[in-house]
Write a protein that binds this ligand. Structure first.
Ligand code: SF4
Length: 112
């Protein structure tokens, strides 16, 4: 999501993936996702209450990911509003807003 893109535009981008089975999305994301091959080292991350690092992390790791849309579509179908962490280049508060726009486009989630 770039600075000019609205949550509605993010949701609209996913329309073409509506008919793709969840298993196919899962295979694509786990095989092609940029975060799937990152070496994070042996130390656990330091958790903070600051939300800014989430957005920064999403921007950095997801920027070059070839399956951003597939990742978002999968997250919306499987986690929906109860989403946590960084997926599909969006931190959780942004993703919740995009999820609501996505739900509206899908008739309230009937196609899940
Ligand atoms: S969009 Fe981000 S979280 Fe999703 S697979 Fe790609 S790198 Fe991972």
């Amino acid at each position: 999501m770039n600075d000019e893109e609205s949550f509605e535009e993010v949701a609209a981008r996913l329309d073409d993936l509506q008919g793709v089975p969840i298993g196919t999305l899962f295979d694509l994301v786990t095989r092609e996702g940029a975060c799937m091959s990152i070496d994070v080292g042996a130390e656990e991350p330091t958790w903070t209450s600051d939300r800014a690092p989430d957005r920064e992390l999403a921007a950095n790791i997801c920027a070059a990911c070839p399956v951003v849309d597939e990742c978002l579509e999968l997250e919306f179908r499987t986690a929906g509003f109860t989403t946590l962490g960084v997926w599909g280049a969006l931190a959780e508060d942004d993703r919740r807003a995009a999820y609501l726009a996505w739900l509206q486009r899908r008739g309230g989630g009937e196609s899940r």
